[in-house]
Design a protein around this ligand. Sequence first.
Ligand code: IPM
Ligand code: MG
Length: 354
Amino acid sequence: MKIAILPGDGIGPEIVAQACRVLEALRSDGLPVETEHGVLGGAAYDRHGEPYPEATRRLVHAADAVLLGAVGGPQYDKLDRPLRPERGLLAIRKDLNLFANLRPALLYPELAGASTLKPEVVAGLDIMIVRELTGDIYFGQPRGIAVNELGEREAYNTMRYSESEVRRIARVAFGIAMKRSRRLCSVDKANVLETTEFWKEIVTDVGREFPEVELSHMYVDNAAMQLVRNPKQFDVMVTGNIFGDILSDEASMLTGSIGMLPSASLDENNKGLYEPSHGSAPDIAGRDLANPLATILSLAMMLRYSFNRDDVATRVESAVKKVLAAGLRTADIYQPGCEKVSCTAMGDAVVAAL
Ligand code: IPM
Ligand code: MG
């Protein structure tokens, strides 16, 4: 198992360090893990002058899977767009063809009180958002800021999807639905946008290959509302890049803490990049306060999806559940009556629970 480790920026290095300790513990138990570190985002800009340098490109192409912390920070906001950390993230996704982004929103019973929604609305919540990650308005050409015929500046981006792009993400989503409750909701804005009217048509067509899955369709504005009104109506949701970006942040917060949620971005052969769903939290970076659990759970997703090791993945997830049950909490998920711990102490506890 050749794993490229990209700690990134902000709290990235701290949370990734804890995930690496978990990996180390698994290695000493005989898991054939080989790791190599590289840079991405602001850290890469600082060292190489670009957010996705050639050395990193070579490293991740040679690896079987990639573990990423987070990228970005205010010190990079003034850089030219192509040099910004976020561009490094978009570049690695595109370069490795990681078109399938899986973002679970799972509520741990111990953390039910952390949600801003009523406990009865979120208890037992378990949604999987499947977000297309390498197309849509994120990558569509033409794009830019230019002066128009009237001499006024204007800006434009292009929302576009090809049939094959929609088909392959739909197949992934139906496949995941088959392994869960066989319900899939495809999210679009087909009442206004041709791109997503087309999306709906192709997803419906792919659905004919999966007659056991009950497919529904929902407009994105309604989906945003339904997610806070009655989130448990959803099981697997599939949507395009921009809607998925927005809805997955919304869904993550239903669980009370984005600090708990992992994600996987996969290519056609299940090679993947795994990262927490949260960002680089520059405000708390370097203070040993961050929650490493989303990163540790991302590692579990890696073991499951890229290395087909459900057994080891479950072992890691059980260790996380154990430390939560024991009442350990980083600041972001702290509630009175629990024990507030640092990022490192949380890592210690997970390793011990393993
Ligand atoms: C995400 C992030 C990224 C995205 C940014 C950092 C480019 O918000 O992974 O959801 O928009 O895809
Ligand atoms: Mg986002």
